[in-house]
Design a protein around this ligand. Structure first.
Ligand SMILES: [Fe+2]
Ligand SMILES: [Fe+2]
Length: 278
């Protein structure tokens, strides 16, 4: 192997301080500041939940189109978590970096799917869509196993509860094949991410045997921390989502995404995964 060459000193990049991974997010300043992105994240935000419910009660299919796009767009947090864990842990097996890099890359693509979808609807994302920061800001200061465990909890919950096929059924009913395809794509990736989470959280905890080890304790600790964070920011104006969903309700009233033929008796069985649920 060739000798390592000395560090350059005549480059514009020479002598810069070493990069350190931020423990809170930095978002594009053109976006309206928001801590959360959907109402299930913050159970204190009663007005935000009511504003969302108005959309959902008007038409559950239309609400799912909006929910899926905003949710995908905000999966940037799910990229921030594995990327920061890669940065924090320098001496792991190669497969660890390969899987976590893939995980972060997938989540960036999911975020891009939501962005493209809403831009395709003609929405102005910076003004009209909440672009949150709660999950990374809550978990950024924690150790890598807990940070990954929260992400694993959400992804495992989505798979275990069969949420994705239910969401696809609603999007099929909306005849929104583009959102349906995004969700199908997302589902395939998330199934793989549950595997990454299970393997690498166990690895970081030092579990080497093949016994079925319950990750419930660490995911409970991670969720408890997330809920403490929610409590700590609940009174900030940026923690309240009603202004976004009131605006989107009015916007959708004048320009629905699909031609809605709502049967008031048709209800879909669907609930999001929440940090505070049992
Ligand atoms: Fe994702
Ligand atoms: Fe994922």
């Amino acid at each position: 192997m060739a000798e390592k060459s000395p560090r350059p000193t005549d480059s514009a990049f020479a002598g810069r301080p070493a990069f350190t991974c931020p423990r809170s997010t930095v978002r594009d300043e053109r976006f309206k500041r928001s801590i959360f992105h959907l109402p299930h994240e913050n159970h204190f935000d009663v007005e935000g939940q009511a504003a969302w419910n108005r959309i959902q009660e008007w038409d559950q299919r239309l609400a799912m189109q909006v929910w899926a796009a905003i949710s995908h767009f905000n999966e940037i947090w799910a990229a921030e978590v594995p990327a920061s864990v890669i940065f924090d842990l320098p001496d792991q097996p190669w497969a660890f970096y390969l899987d976590l890099a893939r995980w972060a890359y997938d989540e960036m693509r999911h975020s891009r799917m939501g962005e493209r979808m809403m831009r395709g609807w003609g929405w102005n994302l910076a003004d009209e869509v909440p672009f949150g920061c709660a999950q990374y800001n809550a978990m950024g200061p924690l150790d890598p196993p807990h940070r990954l465990a929260l992400l694993y909890y959400f992804e495992d919950g989505l798979m275990r509860e069969g949420i994705k096929p239910r969401e696809m059924k609603i999007l099929a009913s909306a005849k929104d094949t583009a959102s349906w395809q995004d969700m199908d794509y997302d589902w395939a990736d998330e199934a793989q991410h549950v595997h990454y989470g299970y393997v690498w959280v166990r690895h970081l905890l030092g579990i080497k045997d093949d016994s079925r080890f319950d990750l419930g304790q660490i995911t409970n600790e991670a969720r408890a921390h997330m809920l403490e964070y929610v409590e700590s920011v609940k009174n900030q104006p940026a923690a309240h989502l009603a202004p976004f969903f009131d605006h989107l309700y009015e916007k959708l009233q004048s320009a629905p995404l699909v031609e809605l033929k709502t049967d008031p008796n048709e209800r879909f069985d669907w609930q999001p995964i929440r940090a505070q649920q049992e």
